[in-house]
Design a protein around this ligand. Structure first.
Ligand SMILES: Nc1nc2c(ncn2[C@@H]2O[C@H](COP(=O)(O)OP(=O)(O)OP(=O)(O)O)[C@@H](O)[C@H]2O)c(=O)[nH]1
Ligand SMILES: [Mg+2]
Length: 255
């Protein structure tokens, strides 16, 4: 759980996670929040061995906070790793549903807002439009089949994370979620989606910005173009040259 200035919501989110799924441990990755979230996390950790805190020196972005958390979990041999926002947008009571999808065989499960049973509360029209357009753009550019590729409420099988080169993932905001989902989807590993109810934060302040949206669009565009060029290259490498092609066709024909 990455945190930056989440003092109001952190304690209840952590308590709700451990109530909903007592077999889980919680790692808070705090970027030296000026509001003292890190100290509150330390107090929670002191009272419950299932809670740990990773303190980083300063705000370094959501993507790198998640990568640091993944490394922490992989170094400790956890089997499953979840991402949950601290701001109350993700409902910890839905973790068991995500957990089941992983134990049923998915390598990545995405908590999806835009599927039957999924919902968003307290979101103005422009946020819905941004979210829908982001997923649509990623589907067109990357050929993804996912319905909510920017969702940050998700779970990975640790082996799927281990198979990725995390040091090559440099995205920050939404594009981090898109990049990670696409890497897993592209590798052919099973990806599941489960409906979630996303509730916009009631306290603290949003860190969403135009810069995050622009970063995501630019990265998805570049990945999409590279991917197409790469698959064109692979296709022409697989296709035999004209002379060879004739030979192959002759060899393949009945006479
Ligand atoms: N450690 C760390 N956590 C962050 C950073 N930026 C955001 N977070 C946390 O990541 C979670 C998700 O943040 P976002 O959804 O990007 O930001 P938000 O403020 O929730 O924005 P909304 O989309 O409006 O809800 C929250 O728990 C934030 O506190 C960061 O740079 N470092
Ligand atoms: Mg949020």
């Amino acid at each position: 759980m990455p945190t930056y200035n989440e003092r109001e919501s952190l304690p209840s989110t952590v308590r709700r996670i451990l109530d909903a799924a007592p077999e889980l441990s919680v790692l808070v990755v705090d970027d030296n929040s000026p509001d003292g979230t890190g100290r509150i996390a330390d107090d929670l950790a002191a009272a419950d061995p299932r809670i740990s805190v990773l303190h980083r020196a300063g705000k370094s972005g959501l993507g790198s906070a998640y990568v640091a958390g993944f490394r922490w979990a992989l170094a400790r041999d956890y089997d499953l790793v979840f991402e949950v926002d601290a701001d109350g947008s993700h409902q910890p009571e839905e973790l068991p549903s995500l957990l089941r999808a992983l134990t049923d065989g998915a390598d990545l499960v995405i908590g999806t807002r835009w599927m039957p049973g999924g919902r968003v509360e307290n979101w103005p029209l422009h946020r819905r439009v941004i979210s829908h357009s982001g997923t649509l753009f990623a589907r067109v550019m990357l050929g993804s089949r996912l319905r909510d590729i920017t969702s940050g409420f998700r779970g990975y099988r640790a082996d799927a994370l281990r198979a990725l080169d995390l040091s090559a993932v440099h995205s920050h905001g939404y594009s981090f979620q898109i990049e990670m989902a696409w890497l897993v989807e592209r590798s052919g590993r099973p990806v599941a989606e489960r409906p979630i109810t996303f509730i916009e934060r009631e306290s603290g302040s949003s860190k969403m910005s135009m810069g995050i949206v622009v970063e995501a669009m630019t990265r998805v565009f570049v990945w999409g173009v590279r991917h197409r060029i790469g698959s064109l290259g692979r296709r022409s490498a697989q296709r035999p040259a004209t002379g060879e092609r004739d030979a192959v066709e002759r060899a393949g024909s009945p006479n």
